[in-house]
Design a protein around this ligand. Structure first.
Ligand code: 18C
Length: 243
């Protein structure tokens, strides 16, 4: 656990550490800026999928070229964990299989672009009666004094070929976290809360029955948010807070 702690501490990242000449850098900057600006996004016109205390998950039913691409927007506030901690557990592959239960196998790192950016290939569990899905995406973490954000965004860059029996999803996912600490209180784990805004735009990349897809989404997003945050809270509970 002590080594884990120092690992997390080392993971404190500068604003970004991308090479300005890398072919993906402009796209990463542009996509991240648009997510960053989306903090406090309105859920007006969206359908409430789940509301439970501080957890709210919204969906907008959307179809494009016969594909169901329902955007998801969720907010959740949890206690005892900081923005930095939550975002790092979401970004850092070391912990992925501990909380991500939609995967069929461990993520593969296709490339490491910088200390804050990796290119990943993930293969998901098959959902009957549809084909198995995979996805190739860059995953970037960045922060300022107030917030930490992770963006996962599909790319063709260095993408391994798609095998016959699979379909390739396209995803555009962000998690933005902000620490809440009442100004009069010391920066103690007991007093901090983390506000999370999670947004997911997933294109299934091939046929899937609408009813199955929407059922899976309705079940899996709230489950993910509960499971993932409970995991974070449990991981940090006996450690000094990393703000
Ligand atoms: O954001 C999350 N995880 C990140 C790190 O892995 C990353 C991944 C995002 C992809 C999520 C989509 C996964 C769908 C895969 C198929 C379904 C598997 C279901 C397994 C059931 C046991 O950003 C957390 C992601 C939370 C996952 C929610 C699942 C939502 C499903 C939405 C449907 C998408 C279309 C899938 C195709 C057809 C399935 C009928």
């Amino acid at each position: 656990d002590a080594s884990n702690m120092s690992r997390l501490r080392q993971a404190r990242l500068p604003n970004h550490s991308l090479d300005p000449n890398h072919p993906l850098t402009d796209e990463i900057m542009r996509v991240c800026q648009s997510h960053w600006d989306n903090w406090g996004a309105s859920c007006a016109g969206m359908e409430l999928l789940e509301k439970d205390g501080e957890l709210a998950v919204y969906r907008k039913q959307l179809e494009e070229e016969g594909m169901i691409i329902d955007p998801i927007l969720a907010t959740y506030t949890v206690s005892g964990v900081s923005a930095r901690e939550v975002a790092e557990y979401f970004w850092d592959l070391h912990y992925r299989l501990d909380w991500e239960h939609t995967l069929d196998s461990a993520p593969v790192v296709v490339d490491t672009l910088a200390a804050d950016t990796v290119l990943l290939h993930q293969i998901y569990r098959r959902v009957w009666p549809t084909a198995q899905r995979d996805a190739v995406f860059w995953s970037h973490i960045r922060h300022d004094e107030r917030r930490t954000m992770v963006v996962n965004y599909s790319t063709d860059y260095k993408a391994p070929p798609l095998i016959n029996s699979r379909q390739r999803m396209r995803l555009n996912v962000s998690m933005i976290c902000e620490t809440e600490l009442p100004p009069e209180l010391p920066a103690d784990r007991r007093h901090i809360r983390c506000r999370i805004q999670y947004a997911a735009n997933i294109n299934p990349g091939g046929w899937a029955p609408a009813t199955v897809l929407r059922q899976v989404a309705k079940r899996e997003y709230p489950k993910f948010l509960r499971r993932f945050t409970a995991y974070c809270i449990d991981k940090v509970k006996n450690r000094p807070v990393q703000l």
